[in-house]
Design a protein around this ligand. Structure first.
Ligand SMILES: [Zn+2]
Length: 354
């Protein structure tokens, strides 16, 4: 074994060990109060912003990529926990605190949703309204225009309900997969998702059509995304949602030219303003992918904050760049929720939990 292989072996061993004992170590540190004690002496303070996608009930879960889904019942429990144990504020209020140079109090939480799932209207809104909580919903306007199910759920469903086992996929090069083998299935899904993420418009549509022709799934999804009538109903029937932007075509914006970046940011804001009469000032970058240029352009187009990735230090404080705000992905389990929303759970502790 040469030195390089040695290095890879040690890294893999470390990763395996961390995955095996990390979550138990993390929980032990939290339940004994050690994590909170260390956070106190290090003066770690600030807010957490939670990110949700779908919160559908059982009638729709079979069509939704589990990475994007917190079951309706668990979502309700999580909101009840927040309303009892946290200070939930609106995103605009958080930005105001940061702009005034302050750090939010520990226990401050903000709720956000991406992508405009229809269940945000049918499931989330009644729960939030009932508890008096307010959330921000980031909309990809092209998908709302078409009421189109997100590409990831279209791809997930094609694989899940496929009637064929051969896939020939043209990414950087054409690769053939035999989906009867789980390893091939996982690799094929990854390949398909990457090409769908890196394309948009007609090209992405053609790729999805091609996937459906090749896999011929039996149970294509119902419409899972809101259209504008649904969004209007959400805003007239309930007071618990504010609207932000999430691009037009839900593409990886770091791969665009400057003109295309501006078009995604401005087109999204203008479309929301045209239909709803409110110009959005909050933005979330699709897939959390962002860079210095995008952050600068977002500011130039009138947004006053933007969300990027989900690092291991998601605590928002006075030094946080409002255009590079981190979020915490809401876990699909209630057991880990308390940890996910703890301000003490940062750095190495959060890394151990993954
Ligand atoms: Zn998204």
């Amino acid at each position: 074994m040469n030195l390089r292989n040695n290095g890879i072996f040690v890294r893999q061993l470390k990763q395996k060990l961390r995955k095996k004992i990390g979550p138990s170590l993390q929980w032990a540190a939290y339940s004994t109060g050690m994590m909170q004690f260390l956070a106190r002496i290090k003066h770690i303070k600030g807010a957490i912003v939670l990110m949700y996608h779908s919160v559908a009930d059982e009638s729709q879960t079979r069509w939704i990529d589990p990475h994007n889904h917190v079951p309706a019942g668990i979502f309700k429990e999580q909101m009840e926990y927040l309303s009892l144990h946290r200070q939930v504020i609106e995103l605009a209020e958080l930005i105001k605190i940061l702009r005034n140079g302050f750090t939010p109090e520990n226990g401050t939480a903000v709720i956000t949703f991406d992508d405009g799932y229809l269940d945000n209207l049918t499931v989330a809104a009644p729960i939030l309204e009932n508890l008096g909580l307010v959330a921000t919903l980031f909309l990809p306007t092209g998908y709302i225009d078409r009421g189109e199910t997100q590409w990831v759920d279209q791809a997930y469903t094609a694989f899940k309900f496929r009637t064929r086992s051969k896939l020939s996929w043209k990414g950087n090069q054409t690769v053939s997969f035999d989906l009867r083998y789980p390893a091939h299935g996982a690799e094929a899904y990854k390949n398909v998702c990457l090409s769908l993420m890196h394309n948009n418009g007609a090209k992405r549509r053609n790729l999805i059509d091609e996937l459906y022709v090749q896999l011929s799934p039996t149970d294509p999804p119902q419409r899972l995304t809101m259209d504008w009538d649904d969004v209007k109903m959400l805003l007239t029937k309930y007071n618990c949602f504010k609207i932000g932007g999430h691009s037009q075509e839900h593409t990886d914006m770091t791969r665009l030219t400057e003109d295309e970046m501006r078009d995604e940011l401005e087109g999204c804001a203008r479309r929301i303003e045209d239909v709803l009469g409110i110009r959005p000032v909050h933005f979330s970058f699709p897939y959390g992918r962002t860079n210095t240029q995008l952050r600068k352009i977002a500011a130039e187009h009138g947004y006053d904050c933007a969300f990027g990735g989900m690092g291991f230090n998601p605590i928002i404080h006075s030094g946080t760049d409002p255009y590079d705000m981190p979020r915490v992905e809401a876990p699909a389990l209630m057991g880990r929720f308390e940890l996910a929303v703890s301000t003490s759970n940062t750095g190495i502790w959060r890394r151990l939990g993954r």
